[in-house]
Design a protein around this ligand. Sequence first.
Ligand code: ARG
Length: 558
Amino acid sequence: MINEIKEKIKKILENKYGINLNVEEPKDLKMGDLAVPVFPIVKIKRCPLPEVAKEVGNYIIDNVKEVKKVNIIGGFVNLVLSKEEMSKEILIKILNDGSNYGTNKINGEVVCLDYSSPNIAKSFSIGHLRSTIIGNSLKLIYQKLGYKTIAINYLGDWGTQFGKMIVAYLKWGDKEKIAKDPINEMTNLYVKFHEEAKLNPELDEEARQAFRKCELGDKEYLALWSYIREESLKESKQIYDLLGVTFDSYNGEAFYNDKMDGIVNELEEKKLTEIDNKALIVRFKNNMPPALIKRSDGGSLYITRDLAALFYRKNEYKFNKILYVVGNEQKLHFEQIKEIVRMLGYDFADNIYHIGFGLYLTNGKKMSTRQGGVVKLYDVLMKAIDLAKLEIDNKNKELENKEEVAKKVGIASVLFNDLKNQRELDIEFDLNSCVKFEGNTGPYLLYSGVRIASILKNKEYNLEFNLDLFNKDIYYEIVRLLANFPTILNKAMEDNAPSHIAKYLLNLCATFNKFYAQEKINAEDELVRNTNFALINAIRIVLNEGLRLLGISYVDEM
Ligand code: ARG
């Protein structure tokens, strides 16, 4: 809001005096909300400072209706803004725009987002939940701000782990058991492989060879691969349905099996590779460890497939930016990719972003899917929903469609518990505390929304306000927060940090709850009442839209 007025003032002064002035926000707000330095104009006009300051002040007052008062102090014209005018403008804007408030026009730019990307053949683990949640929210934020997004689920459906699966399947697999419960059985087999390989390291070599056979197109192995992939995908899709997450492409690593020659040849032609122990590697000038591009047996690696995928996407989607939402532990991998792109001479290296994130911890320790301690994400989500149901039972036994509401509340708990944190950090994952209706939780936000919905139920309002109210601190505090929403969205996009939105919503709800405790909403005076309802409506619009951008659906009752 302030920014728009700043721009307005800059523009009228530029038109009048032909110079671009720096309209500032004074450190001491007692002086005013904005300050215009007039020395540059004095220089041009060659008139005494007081005269110029007076002229500038009057000119602004006459032309910018949001400016209420001018204080001239030294070389500055300090401006006091009218809370009434500002509030009226912003409220009318939000109420008219509705959920489009803060939405930018389509800007023609394309952003590819690579997220979720679970490893097929293993159960969809809680480890991939963060990527799914953060990636989905970023997609929604970029869309809101005018970008075309391409959501890519780069399935880990290729690589040595498939060799491991195949070896385990052939050695210990019980076909009947597997047919009954494919994913569980395969997860068990995978765990068993790791246990056995500790005792018998030759198994790892066997797995490499099995995968090599897949790469070379062995029919029997590929049929097995395809079966495992299909079954795993079914499980992942159940989870995506629960979370309401969608993708534009499921092209995973396997898709690039026959698309790697181009990039490998280019690396060789540009003389960026070396042979090391029969393997093909790229060395870097800085002290990054070299990247292995081809194994001594000719097999490809994770980074080889990622490079092929990157160039394929560049070609296919003509992206302006690509975001890889992948855990912090793969930082080096993405630095290597960026550096290779740079060495190849492409400046889009600068448009490649690794959006890293920390781990989920339970009691300070990493949650893991390998070697026992298996945590299945689907079960975790179901448990969150069950816990939400218990909470609802305690608070509102008579609630209709409890199942539906519990599902939304449970999912919101998990989503918000993740997104409220700065993504780079590790997060303690404790379902019991994140489904609570009190505290900085998803259900707390939903509950504030429910309170709002019940206040507004069957209430009409119009755009006639008692503007005097906005001189009260609590009213103006809310208006300022609401006005700041678009700025927060842009910050969230710039930092690729949905947590800015999450924290903002907590603040908005806390301020609303303070307002609710402090003011009589259903006031006797008609104009006051109407102003209150309009203000609360605007809060509802921003809250629901903010939640949507985090991937959370609001509820009207809970
Ligand atoms: N499947 C990988 C893993 O679980 C993540 C893939 C991330 N995306 C990428 N383009 N490398 O570790």
